[in-house]
Design a protein around this ligand. Structure first.
Ligand SMILES: Nc1ncnc2c1ncn2[C@@H]1O[C@H](COP(=O)(O)OP(=O)(O)OP(=O)(O)O)[C@@H](O)[C@H]1O
Ligand SMILES: [Mg+2]
Length: 459
Protein backbone atom coordinates (compact mmCIF):
# COMPACT_ATOMS: atom_id res chain seq x y z
CA UNK A 1 0.00 0.00 0.00
CA UNK A 2 1.32 3.38 -0.91
CA UNK A 3 0.88 5.89 1.80
CA UNK A 4 1.30 9.38 0.70
CA UNK A 5 1.80 10.69 -2.77
CA UNK A 6 2.19 14.17 -1.50
CA UNK A 7 1.07 16.48 -4.21
CA UNK A 8 -0.61 19.00 -1.93
CA UNK A 9 -4.26 18.31 -2.84
CA UNK A 10 -6.96 17.43 -0.29
CA UNK A 11 -6.10 14.34 1.73
CA UNK A 12 -8.55 11.56 0.90
CA UNK A 13 -8.59 8.34 2.88
CA UNK A 14 -10.04 5.47 0.83
CA UNK A 15 -11.18 2.39 2.76
CA UNK A 16 -12.27 -0.79 1.04
CA UNK A 17 -11.73 -4.50 1.48
CA UNK A 18 -11.01 -5.00 -2.22
CA UNK A 19 -7.42 -4.24 -3.15
CA UNK A 20 -8.39 -3.72 -6.81
CA UNK A 21 -10.75 -0.86 -5.97
CA UNK A 22 -8.11 0.75 -3.79
CA UNK A 23 -5.57 0.59 -6.62
CA UNK A 24 -7.79 2.13 -9.23
CA UNK A 25 -9.07 4.86 -6.90
CA UNK A 26 -5.56 5.74 -5.86
CA UNK A 27 -4.55 6.31 -9.45
CA UNK A 28 -7.70 8.23 -10.29
CA UNK A 29 -7.44 10.51 -7.25
CA UNK A 30 -3.80 11.20 -7.79
CA UNK A 31 -4.41 12.14 -11.43
CA UNK A 32 -7.20 14.48 -10.35
CA UNK A 33 -5.03 16.39 -7.90
CA UNK A 34 -6.04 14.74 -4.62
CA UNK A 35 -3.65 13.19 -2.14
CA UNK A 36 -4.87 9.62 -1.71
CA UNK A 37 -4.30 7.32 1.27
CA UNK A 38 -5.64 3.81 1.16
CA UNK A 39 -6.55 1.28 3.84
CA UNK A 40 -7.45 -2.34 3.16
CA UNK A 41 -10.48 -3.08 5.30
CA UNK A 42 -12.32 -1.30 8.09
CA UNK A 43 -9.95 -2.05 10.89
CA UNK A 44 -6.96 -0.66 9.01
CA UNK A 45 -9.20 2.26 8.08
CA UNK A 46 -9.86 3.12 11.73
CA UNK A 47 -6.12 3.16 12.40
CA UNK A 48 -5.44 5.40 9.43
CA UNK A 49 -8.08 7.95 10.40
CA UNK A 50 -6.03 8.79 13.45
CA UNK A 51 -2.67 8.99 11.68
CA UNK A 52 -3.72 10.66 8.44
CA UNK A 53 -6.28 13.23 9.67
CA UNK A 54 -7.96 13.10 6.26
CA UNK A 55 -9.93 15.94 4.71
CA UNK A 56 -12.34 13.47 3.18
CA UNK A 57 -13.08 9.80 3.91
CA UNK A 58 -14.32 7.54 1.14
CA UNK A 59 -15.40 4.16 2.48
CA UNK A 60 -17.08 1.00 1.37
CA UNK A 61 -20.21 0.14 3.36
CA UNK A 62 -19.99 -3.61 3.67
CA UNK A 63 -16.70 -4.84 5.04
CA UNK A 64 -15.99 -7.65 7.50
CA UNK A 65 -15.13 -6.76 11.12
CA UNK A 66 -15.52 -2.98 10.91
CA UNK A 67 -18.04 -1.70 8.37
CA UNK A 68 -18.56 1.67 6.73
CA UNK A 69 -21.13 2.80 9.27
CA UNK A 70 -18.67 2.30 12.10
CA UNK A 71 -16.12 4.26 10.10
CA UNK A 72 -18.68 7.02 9.70
CA UNK A 73 -19.34 7.21 13.40
CA UNK A 74 -15.62 7.17 14.27
CA UNK A 75 -14.91 10.00 11.83
CA UNK A 76 -17.80 12.08 13.04
CA UNK A 77 -16.73 11.58 16.59
CA UNK A 78 -13.22 12.73 15.80
CA UNK A 79 -14.07 15.66 13.57
CA UNK A 80 -17.68 16.22 12.52
CA UNK A 81 -16.51 18.48 9.68
CA UNK A 82 -14.82 15.68 7.76
CA UNK A 83 -17.13 14.64 4.91
CA UNK A 84 -17.63 10.90 4.69
CA UNK A 85 -18.69 9.41 1.34
CA UNK A 86 -20.05 5.89 1.31
CA UNK A 87 -19.55 3.50 -1.59
CA UNK A 88 -22.44 1.13 -1.69
CA UNK A 89 -23.57 -1.91 -3.61
CA UNK A 90 -27.25 -2.51 -4.31
CA UNK A 91 -27.51 -4.74 -1.25
CA UNK A 92 -26.47 -2.01 1.18
CA UNK A 93 -28.19 0.89 -0.58
CA UNK A 94 -30.81 1.18 2.13
CA UNK A 95 -28.33 1.54 4.96
CA UNK A 96 -26.23 4.01 2.94
CA UNK A 97 -29.27 6.23 2.46
CA UNK A 98 -29.97 5.93 6.14
CA UNK A 99 -26.37 6.89 6.89
CA UNK A 100 -26.75 10.11 4.91
CA UNK A 101 -29.52 11.03 7.31
CA UNK A 102 -27.13 10.38 10.14
CA UNK A 103 -24.45 12.66 8.86
CA UNK A 104 -22.70 10.98 5.95
CA UNK A 105 -21.92 13.54 3.26
CA UNK A 106 -23.01 11.44 0.28
CA UNK A 107 -23.32 7.91 -1.02
CA UNK A 108 -22.31 6.65 -4.43
CA UNK A 109 -23.46 3.42 -5.93
CA UNK A 110 -21.02 0.83 -7.18
CA UNK A 111 -20.04 0.52 -9.91
CA UNK A 112 -19.51 4.24 -10.34
CA UNK A 113 -18.23 6.33 -13.21
CA UNK A 114 -14.92 8.09 -12.64
CA UNK A 115 -16.21 11.55 -13.53
CA UNK A 116 -19.09 11.07 -11.11
CA UNK A 117 -16.73 10.10 -8.31
CA UNK A 118 -14.44 13.04 -9.02
CA UNK A 119 -17.35 15.51 -9.04
CA UNK A 120 -18.52 14.31 -5.64
CA UNK A 121 -15.02 14.47 -4.20
CA UNK A 122 -14.56 18.01 -5.51
CA UNK A 123 -17.75 19.11 -3.84
CA UNK A 124 -16.80 17.41 -0.60
CA UNK A 125 -13.41 19.12 -0.72
CA UNK A 126 -15.06 22.50 -1.15
CA UNK A 127 -17.46 21.74 1.68
CA UNK A 128 -14.52 20.81 3.87
CA UNK A 129 -12.59 23.93 2.92
CA UNK A 130 -15.49 26.18 3.91
CA UNK A 131 -15.94 24.42 7.23
CA UNK A 132 -12.27 24.75 8.09
CA UNK A 133 -12.20 28.38 7.03
CA UNK A 134 -15.24 29.10 9.13
CA UNK A 135 -13.55 27.52 12.13
CA UNK A 136 -10.34 29.44 11.82
CA UNK A 137 -12.36 32.60 11.33
CA UNK A 138 -14.18 31.93 14.57
CA UNK A 139 -10.93 31.18 16.35
CA UNK A 140 -9.47 34.38 14.97
CA UNK A 141 -12.44 36.38 16.19
CA UNK A 142 -12.09 34.79 19.59
CA UNK A 143 -8.39 35.55 19.65
CA UNK A 144 -8.98 39.17 18.70
CA UNK A 145 -11.75 39.58 21.23
CA UNK A 146 -9.33 38.34 23.77
CA UNK A 147 -6.44 40.59 22.89
CA UNK A 148 -8.53 43.72 22.76
CA UNK A 149 -11.25 43.18 25.32
CA UNK A 150 -11.11 40.18 27.60
CA UNK A 151 -7.45 39.29 27.80
CA UNK A 152 -6.32 39.65 31.40
CA UNK A 153 -3.49 42.16 31.62
CA UNK A 154 -0.92 42.07 34.41
CA UNK A 155 2.54 40.86 35.34
CA UNK A 156 2.62 41.11 39.12
CA UNK A 157 3.49 37.95 40.99
CA UNK A 158 0.06 37.68 42.58
CA UNK A 159 -1.76 38.25 39.27
CA UNK A 160 0.40 35.73 37.41
CA UNK A 161 -0.35 33.27 40.17
CA UNK A 162 -4.09 33.79 39.55
CA UNK A 163 -3.61 33.24 35.82
CA UNK A 164 -1.56 30.13 36.40
CA UNK A 165 -4.24 28.64 38.61
CA UNK A 166 -6.96 29.62 36.13
CA UNK A 167 -5.00 27.95 33.32
CA UNK A 168 -4.62 24.80 35.40
CA UNK A 169 -8.29 24.45 36.25
CA UNK A 170 -9.63 25.59 32.86
CA UNK A 171 -9.41 22.20 31.11
CA UNK A 172 -10.97 20.37 34.06
CA UNK A 173 -14.69 20.29 34.75
CA UNK A 174 -14.27 21.56 38.30
CA UNK A 175 -16.52 24.20 39.73
CA UNK A 176 -14.55 27.36 40.45
CA UNK A 177 -15.29 30.05 43.02
CA UNK A 178 -13.73 33.44 42.32
CA UNK A 179 -13.54 35.84 45.23
CA UNK A 180 -12.32 39.39 45.11
CA UNK A 181 -13.27 42.99 45.72
CA UNK A 182 -15.47 44.78 43.28
CA UNK A 183 -13.74 45.55 39.99
CA UNK A 184 -10.79 43.20 40.45
CA UNK A 185 -11.55 41.24 37.28
CA UNK A 186 -13.71 38.35 38.41
CA UNK A 187 -15.65 38.23 35.19
CA UNK A 188 -12.47 38.61 33.17
CA UNK A 189 -11.06 35.52 34.88
CA UNK A 190 -14.30 33.56 34.48
CA UNK A 191 -14.15 34.20 30.72
CA UNK A 192 -10.49 33.38 30.62
CA UNK A 193 -11.24 29.98 32.16
CA UNK A 194 -14.01 29.42 29.63
CA UNK A 195 -11.81 30.42 26.69
CA UNK A 196 -9.09 28.01 27.74
CA UNK A 197 -11.47 25.14 28.43
CA UNK A 198 -12.71 22.41 26.12
CA UNK A 199 -15.99 24.30 26.18
CA UNK A 200 -14.59 27.37 24.45
CA UNK A 201 -16.80 26.78 21.41
CA UNK A 202 -19.87 26.52 23.62
CA UNK A 203 -21.74 29.42 25.20
CA UNK A 204 -20.50 31.54 28.10
CA UNK A 205 -23.64 32.65 29.92
CA UNK A 206 -23.76 34.73 33.03
CA UNK A 207 -26.26 36.03 35.48
CA UNK A 208 -25.96 38.57 38.26
CA UNK A 209 -27.69 36.86 41.17
CA UNK A 210 -27.94 40.13 43.06
CA UNK A 211 -29.87 41.92 40.36
CA UNK A 212 -33.11 39.95 40.44
CA UNK A 213 -35.71 39.12 43.09
CA UNK A 214 -35.79 35.48 44.15
CA UNK A 215 -38.67 34.26 42.01
CA UNK A 216 -37.39 35.88 38.83
CA UNK A 217 -33.87 34.68 39.48
CA UNK A 218 -35.10 31.10 39.88
CA UNK A 219 -37.05 31.16 36.68
CA UNK A 220 -33.99 32.56 34.87
CA UNK A 221 -31.76 29.89 36.38
CA UNK A 222 -33.99 26.84 36.13
CA UNK A 223 -36.56 27.86 33.53
CA UNK A 224 -40.29 27.50 34.01
CA UNK A 225 -43.27 25.77 32.52
CA UNK A 226 -46.16 27.49 30.86
CA UNK A 227 -48.64 28.61 33.50
CA UNK A 228 -46.21 28.14 36.42
CA UNK A 229 -47.09 31.65 37.57
CA UNK A 230 -48.97 34.67 36.28
CA UNK A 231 -47.20 35.87 33.19
CA UNK A 232 -45.60 32.52 32.36
CA UNK A 233 -47.33 32.33 28.98
CA UNK A 234 -45.00 29.73 27.57
CA UNK A 235 -42.24 27.36 28.63
CA UNK A 236 -38.93 29.02 29.26
CA UNK A 237 -35.54 27.36 29.07
CA UNK A 238 -33.39 28.25 32.07
CA UNK A 239 -29.79 29.37 31.86
CA UNK A 240 -28.48 26.13 33.37
CA UNK A 241 -29.97 24.30 30.41
CA UNK A 242 -29.02 26.96 27.86
CA UNK A 243 -25.40 26.82 29.01
CA UNK A 244 -25.10 23.15 28.03
CA UNK A 245 -21.67 22.40 26.52
CA UNK A 246 -20.57 25.77 27.83
CA UNK A 247 -19.86 27.65 31.02
CA UNK A 248 -22.38 29.22 33.34
CA UNK A 249 -21.08 32.16 35.36
CA UNK A 250 -23.03 32.85 38.54
CA UNK A 251 -22.01 36.34 39.51
CA UNK A 252 -22.62 37.74 43.00
CA UNK A 253 -23.60 34.35 44.32
CA UNK A 254 -23.33 35.76 47.85
CA UNK A 255 -26.54 37.70 47.18
CA UNK A 256 -28.77 34.64 46.79
CA UNK A 257 -31.49 33.82 49.31
CA UNK A 258 -31.39 30.63 51.43
CA UNK A 259 -34.18 29.10 49.32
CA UNK A 260 -32.27 29.63 46.09
CA UNK A 261 -29.11 28.34 47.73
CA UNK A 262 -30.83 25.03 48.49
CA UNK A 263 -31.76 24.69 44.83
CA UNK A 264 -28.28 25.57 43.66
CA UNK A 265 -26.88 22.96 46.00
CA UNK A 266 -29.11 20.35 44.42
CA UNK A 267 -27.86 21.28 40.97
CA UNK A 268 -24.28 20.98 42.11
CA UNK A 269 -24.87 17.65 43.81
CA UNK A 270 -26.95 15.89 41.21
CA UNK A 271 -26.65 18.10 38.10
CA UNK A 272 -30.43 18.11 38.12
CA UNK A 273 -32.57 21.13 37.48
CA UNK A 274 -36.29 21.35 38.01
CA UNK A 275 -37.98 24.14 36.07
CA UNK A 276 -40.35 26.27 38.14
CA UNK A 277 -43.81 24.69 37.96
CA UNK A 278 -42.49 21.34 36.77
CA UNK A 279 -42.03 18.05 38.51
CA UNK A 280 -39.65 16.61 35.96
CA UNK A 281 -35.98 17.07 36.48
CA UNK A 282 -33.64 17.82 33.60
CA UNK A 283 -29.92 17.32 33.76
CA UNK A 284 -27.47 20.08 33.03
CA UNK A 285 -24.00 19.68 31.65
CA UNK A 286 -22.96 23.32 32.16
CA UNK A 287 -19.68 23.97 33.88
CA UNK A 288 -20.15 26.33 36.77
CA UNK A 289 -18.02 29.26 37.74
CA UNK A 290 -19.26 31.45 40.58
CA UNK A 291 -18.07 34.78 41.89
CA UNK A 292 -18.65 37.04 44.84
CA UNK A 293 -17.19 40.19 46.32
CA UNK A 294 -18.50 39.28 49.76
CA UNK A 295 -16.43 37.49 52.32
CA UNK A 296 -18.22 34.14 52.23
CA UNK A 297 -16.61 32.89 55.43
CA UNK A 298 -18.14 35.82 57.16
CA UNK A 299 -21.49 35.29 55.45
CA UNK A 300 -21.47 31.67 56.60
CA UNK A 301 -20.72 32.68 60.16
CA UNK A 302 -23.60 35.11 60.08
CA UNK A 303 -25.90 32.42 58.72
CA UNK A 304 -26.40 34.13 55.37
CA UNK A 305 -24.71 31.56 53.23
CA UNK A 306 -24.97 27.78 53.36
CA UNK A 307 -21.75 26.08 54.31
CA UNK A 308 -22.51 22.97 52.22
CA UNK A 309 -23.06 25.11 49.13
CA UNK A 310 -19.82 26.93 49.82
CA UNK A 311 -17.89 23.65 49.89
CA UNK A 312 -19.49 22.50 46.66
CA UNK A 313 -18.62 25.74 44.93
CA UNK A 314 -15.22 26.15 46.41
CA UNK A 315 -13.68 23.08 44.77
CA UNK A 316 -11.15 25.44 43.27
CA UNK A 317 -10.81 28.83 44.95
CA UNK A 318 -9.38 31.83 43.19
CA UNK A 319 -8.72 34.98 45.19
CA UNK A 320 -8.18 38.06 43.10
CA UNK A 321 -5.85 40.54 44.75
CA UNK A 322 -6.96 44.18 44.92
CA UNK A 323 -5.16 46.55 42.59
CA UNK A 324 -3.45 48.46 45.42
CA UNK A 325 -1.60 45.25 46.30
CA UNK A 326 -0.24 44.82 42.79
CA UNK A 327 0.74 48.27 41.69
CA UNK A 328 3.18 46.95 39.06
CA UNK A 329 0.11 46.08 37.05
CA UNK A 330 -1.11 49.67 36.93
CA UNK A 331 1.15 50.88 34.08
CA UNK A 332 0.28 47.81 32.00
CA UNK A 333 -3.41 48.28 32.56
CA UNK A 334 -3.13 51.97 31.74
CA UNK A 335 -1.36 51.16 28.48
CA UNK A 336 -3.94 48.53 27.58
CA UNK A 337 -6.87 50.85 28.31
CA UNK A 338 -5.34 53.82 26.50
CA UNK A 339 -4.64 51.62 23.53
CA UNK A 340 -8.17 50.32 23.49
CA UNK A 341 -9.60 53.82 23.80
CA UNK A 342 -7.33 54.93 20.98
CA UNK A 343 -8.48 52.07 18.76
CA UNK A 344 -12.14 52.76 19.27
CA UNK A 345 -11.78 56.51 18.87
CA UNK A 346 -9.10 56.60 16.22
CA UNK A 347 -6.64 58.86 18.04
CA UNK A 348 -3.75 58.40 20.44
CA UNK A 349 -3.36 60.08 23.80
CA UNK A 350 -0.89 59.65 26.59
CA UNK A 351 -0.60 60.67 30.22
CA UNK A 352 1.45 63.59 31.49
CA UNK A 353 4.02 62.59 34.02
CA UNK A 354 2.06 64.01 36.92
CA UNK A 355 -1.09 62.24 35.79
CA UNK A 356 0.88 59.03 35.62
CA UNK A 357 2.20 59.56 39.13
CA UNK A 358 -1.23 60.33 40.53
CA UNK A 359 -2.56 57.13 39.01
CA UNK A 360 0.35 55.12 40.33
CA UNK A 361 -0.20 56.39 43.87
CA UNK A 362 -3.98 56.33 44.14
CA UNK A 363 -5.45 53.55 46.29
CA UNK A 364 -8.04 52.46 43.69
CA UNK A 365 -10.73 51.19 46.04
CA UNK A 366 -12.82 50.38 42.96
CA UNK A 367 -9.86 48.47 41.51
CA UNK A 368 -9.43 47.92 37.78
CA UNK A 369 -12.93 49.06 36.98
CA UNK A 370 -12.30 52.41 38.69
CA UNK A 371 -9.03 52.80 36.79
CA UNK A 372 -10.69 52.01 33.50
CA UNK A 373 -13.51 54.49 34.14
CA UNK A 374 -11.11 57.22 35.28
CA UNK A 375 -9.10 56.87 32.08
CA UNK A 376 -12.13 56.90 29.86
CA UNK A 377 -13.43 60.03 31.56
CA UNK A 378 -10.04 61.74 31.32
CA UNK A 379 -9.81 60.82 27.66
CA UNK A 380 -13.14 62.45 26.94
CA UNK A 381 -12.22 65.58 28.89
CA UNK A 382 -8.91 65.96 27.08
CA UNK A 383 -9.05 67.75 23.75
CA UNK A 384 -5.31 67.43 23.05
CA UNK A 385 -2.94 64.51 23.07
CA UNK A 386 -1.70 64.75 26.62
CA UNK A 387 -3.97 63.80 29.47
CA UNK A 388 -3.19 66.08 32.40
CA UNK A 389 -3.93 65.08 35.97
CA UNK A 390 -6.59 67.77 36.09
CA UNK A 391 -8.66 65.56 33.79
CA UNK A 392 -8.61 62.75 36.34
CA UNK A 393 -11.37 62.46 38.94
CA UNK A 394 -10.77 64.56 42.05
CA UNK A 395 -10.40 61.57 44.30
CA UNK A 396 -7.48 60.30 42.25
CA UNK A 397 -5.49 63.52 42.45
CA UNK A 398 -6.73 64.88 45.77
CA UNK A 399 -4.10 63.31 47.92
CA UNK A 400 -1.28 65.21 46.37
CA UNK A 401 -2.22 68.83 45.71
CA UNK A 402 1.27 69.69 44.55
CA UNK A 403 0.73 67.44 41.60
CA UNK A 404 -2.17 69.43 40.30
CA UNK A 405 -0.03 72.50 40.62
CA UNK A 406 2.97 71.03 38.82
CA UNK A 407 0.68 69.96 36.11
CA UNK A 408 -0.27 73.43 35.04
CA UNK A 409 0.96 74.31 31.61
CA UNK A 410 2.07 77.64 33.07
CA UNK A 411 4.85 77.60 35.67
CA UNK A 412 2.76 79.80 37.95
CA UNK A 413 -0.47 78.13 38.99
CA UNK A 414 -3.39 80.38 39.74
CA UNK A 415 -4.62 80.87 43.28
CA UNK A 416 -7.79 79.10 42.27
CA UNK A 417 -5.91 75.97 41.30
CA UNK A 418 -4.00 75.87 44.53
CA UNK A 419 -7.11 76.54 46.58
CA UNK A 420 -9.02 73.82 44.87
CA UNK A 421 -6.22 71.30 45.24
CA UNK A 422 -5.75 72.17 48.90
CA UNK A 423 -9.43 71.83 49.66
CA UNK A 424 -9.65 68.46 47.94
CA UNK A 425 -6.59 67.31 49.80
CA UNK A 426 -8.01 68.22 53.19
CA UNK A 427 -11.38 66.75 52.28
CA UNK A 428 -9.77 63.45 51.42
CA UNK A 429 -7.68 63.54 54.60
CA UNK A 430 -10.91 63.96 56.55
CA UNK A 431 -12.39 60.95 54.81
CA UNK A 432 -14.85 63.07 52.86
CA UNK A 433 -16.43 64.55 56.00
CA UNK A 434 -17.30 68.11 54.97
CA UNK A 435 -17.95 69.44 58.48
CA UNK A 436 -14.54 68.34 59.69
CA UNK A 437 -12.88 69.49 56.47
CA UNK A 438 -14.40 72.95 56.88
CA UNK A 439 -13.12 73.01 60.44
CA UNK A 440 -9.58 72.09 59.35
CA UNK A 441 -9.69 74.71 56.63
CA UNK A 442 -10.94 77.29 59.06
CA UNK A 443 -13.99 78.15 56.99
CA UNK A 444 -17.70 77.87 57.38
CA UNK A 445 -19.33 74.62 56.11
CA UNK A 446 -21.54 76.71 53.84
CA UNK A 447 -18.48 78.39 52.36
CA UNK A 448 -16.94 75.02 51.71
CA UNK A 449 -20.16 73.90 50.11
CA UNK A 450 -20.15 76.94 47.82
CA UNK A 451 -16.55 76.40 46.81
CA UNK A 452 -17.15 72.74 46.11
CA UNK A 453 -20.09 73.47 43.89
CA UNK A 454 -17.99 76.02 42.04
CA UNK A 455 -15.41 73.24 41.38
CA UNK A 456 -18.23 70.92 40.38
CA UNK A 457 -17.16 68.56 43.17
CA UNK A 458 -20.01 68.56 45.67
CA UNK A 459 -20.29 64.83 45.89
N1 LIG B 1 -6.48 42.11 34.36
C1 LIG B 1 -7.29 42.82 33.59
N2 LIG B 1 -6.93 43.13 32.34
C2 LIG B 1 -7.73 43.89 31.57
N3 LIG B 1 -8.90 44.38 31.95
C3 LIG B 1 -9.32 44.10 33.18
C4 LIG B 1 -8.54 43.31 34.06
N4 LIG B 1 -9.20 43.19 35.21
C5 LIG B 1 -10.34 43.89 35.06
N5 LIG B 1 -10.42 44.43 33.84
C6 LIG B 1 -11.49 45.30 33.35
O1 LIG B 1 -12.03 45.96 34.47
C7 LIG B 1 -13.43 45.95 34.48
C8 LIG B 1 -13.93 45.22 35.70
O2 LIG B 1 -13.63 43.85 35.59
P1 LIG B 1 -14.70 42.73 35.97
O3 LIG B 1 -16.05 43.10 35.52
O4 LIG B 1 -14.15 41.41 35.55
O5 LIG B 1 -14.58 42.87 37.55
P2 LIG B 1 -15.45 42.19 38.67
O6 LIG B 1 -14.50 41.69 39.69
O7 LIG B 1 -16.39 41.22 38.07
O8 LIG B 1 -16.22 43.46 39.25
P3 LIG B 1 -17.63 43.55 40.03
O9 LIG B 1 -17.41 42.91 41.36
O10 LIG B 1 -17.84 45.02 40.11
O11 LIG B 1 -18.62 42.84 39.19
C9 LIG B 1 -13.87 45.31 33.19
O12 LIG B 1 -14.16 46.30 32.24
C10 LIG B 1 -12.65 44.51 32.77
O13 LIG B 1 -12.57 44.42 31.37
MG1 LIG C 1 -18.48 41.31 37.98
Amino acid sequence: MIDRTANGGPQVLVIDDEAGILDSLRILLKNEGFTPHVALGGRAGLDRIATVSPDIVLTDVRMPAVDGLEILSAVRHRDPDTPVILMTAQATLQSAMQAVNEGAYYYIQKPFRNDEMVAILRRAAEHRRLKVENHSLKAEIRRRDKTTAGQPVGKSKSWLEVLRLAETVAPTESTVLIQGESGTGKEVIARYIHDLSHRADGPFLSINCGALPESLLESELFGHTKGAFTGAVKDKVGLFAAAAKGTFFLDEIGETTPATQVKLLRVLQSRQIIPVGSTDALTTDARMVAATNRDLDDEIRRGHFRRDLFYRLNVIALHLPPLRERREDIPLLVDAFLQRLGETRGTTKSLSQTAEEAIQEHSWPGNVRELENALERAWILTPGETIESSALPERVTARAPERLIEDRPSPNPTLDTIERAYIMWILQAEGGNKTRAAESLGIDPSTLHRKLSRFGAES
